[in-house]
Design a protein around this ligand. Structure first.
Ligand code: AMP
Ligand code: MG
Length: 406
């Protein structure tokens, strides 16, 4: 049985980043850059005022109490009006407006008094050279690297690309994903009320949501269901595998007689890389690949096991396929402390245990929620993080630990 780290390393090693495609900036959010972008224009592009106030020449500086004559005219943001100030003069200026020639500082309007019938300003505060002037290129110089391959397109990065006048960017393709749920006992939500022994299929919608969370709303995603029957499984899995899709199967990968997923995958020519990982919940996790390019992830059917193994193993793989670097593919741990009022968390077993709970990220405090069994979806739905309790470890109240926010 592999450790979590070994399992994840093998998956990340085996999956490939897809081809790149050029998308409009509006569609780039959440994707990963596949090209180096260097600044082609300086930002700011020209010296400009950081404040609404007055532009003036101060030499090295002017003391509080200095008086300057107020020049006629003003320079708002927008077209450069080509204005000029001499020593002893001040000119009305607004935030983002180009600096008039001759000026080397701005005094903000809150720091002056207008006197002499509007013809003079009087400084309430001293002003030093360069004050409230945003110099050309002070944020970005021409040639500076703005984005590198593997960088995720966050909102701010979309903004910085727009500030460079870019309309498109090369990003990694989004993988096409098929979620296959399995089980004779499962009913689609919206259908008849479950009879004895039946339950609604919750993993289908949950895993689809998790895929969208990682891959974005434009992911080519389908959800299919198969009964615990070799030929039904072979049909559904066969289509997805042969199409080279990412296949996320839930259920049917344990050791029972009705767990037919692995033999069917093997019949379909999927090479199993490993089965079973030292993790709780989620031990029967399976990973394999097909010559079509399909990667197949077999998740244990218990809802929390599916959720945890998706977070630990599938989400990082999807990010790599989209162009993320291995070092930034997750899962993303945060240092925290177990709530001082919680009961101690003991893990006498031989597998690390992921405990569901609420992480108060501001305080760095984790509080377990609900029952911790692997079918208990409600407790998971009340939580926002998993605390990792290593094999043989006990986390006393207040003890440090690492939680994975989702
Ligand atoms: P399995 O891994 O197929 O042995 O399933 C383990 C448990 O998870 C069983 O109690 C199943 O009923 C349950 N289960 C499997 N698939 C789903 C699903 N899609 N939605 C909800 N529960 C499921
Ligand atoms: Mg089953």
């Amino acid at each position: 049985m592999l450790s979590e780290d070994e399992a994840r390393a093998r998956i990340l090693d085996a999956v490939k980043t897809g081809a790149s495609e050029r998308v409009p900036l509006a569609a780039a959010f959440g994707r990963y850059a596949m090209e180096v972008i260097r600044a082609e224009i300086a930002v700011p592009g020209f010296d400009n005022s950081a404040m609404d106030g007055y532009a003036l020449w101060v030499g090295e500086g002017l003391p509080a109490g200095a008086r300057l004559s107020l020049k006629e005219g003003e320079q708002p943001a927008g077209r450069n009006r080509g204005l000029h100030v001499e020593e002893g003069e001040a000119l009305r200026i607004f935030t983002g407006a180009p600096m008039p020639t001759g000026a080397n500082a701005v005094v903000m309007q809150e720091d002056i008094l207008i006197s002499n019938g509007g013809r003079e300003i009087h400084l309430n505060e001293g002003v030093v050279r360069g004050e409230f002037v945003r110099r050309a290129g002070s944020d970005l110089c021409v040639g500076q690297i703005v984005l590198s391959p593997g960088d995720r397109l966050t909102a701010a990065r979309c903004g910085v690309l727009a500030s460079q006048g870019r309309e498109t960017i090369a990003v990694g393709r989004i993988p096409s994903v098929t979620v296959v749920t399995t089980g004779d006992e499962l009913l689609p939500p919206g259908g008849a009320r479950p009879g004895a022994g039946e339950l609604y299929n919750s993993n289908g919608p949950m895993l689809a949501a998790m895929v969208r969370d990682v891959c974005g709303p434009d992911a080519s995603l389908e959800h299919r269901h198969a009964r615990d029957d070799a030929s039904a499984l072979a049909t559904v899995l066969g289509e997805a595998v042969e199409a080279g899709r990412v296949v996320i199967v839930s259920g049917g990968v344990s050791v029972g007689e009705h767990d037919k997923v692995k033999p069917v995958l093997s019949e379909l020519g999927v090479r199993g890389d490993f089965w079973r990982v030292r993790v709780k919940p989620g031990k029967p996790f399976y990973f394999g690949q097909h010559c079509s390019g399909a990667s197949v992830f077999g998740l244990p059917g218990n809802p929390v096991s599916s959720f945890v193994t998706f977070l630990l193993f599938v989400a990082p793989a999807l990010r790599i396929m989209m162009g993320a670097t291995p070092g930034d593919s997750g899962p993303y741990g945060i240092r925290c402390h177990l709530d001082a009022n919680a009961t101690a968390l003991e893990n006498p077993g031989d597998r690390p245990h992921y405990v569901r709970g609420r992480l108060d990220a501001a305080q760095g405090v984790f509080s377990p929620t609900g029952t911790q069994q692997s079918h208990a979806l409600f407790g998971l739905s009340q939580s926002n993080a998993l605390l990792r309790v290593g094999a043989g470890e006990t986390h006393a109240p207040g003890a440090p630990g690492k939680a994975f926010l989702f």
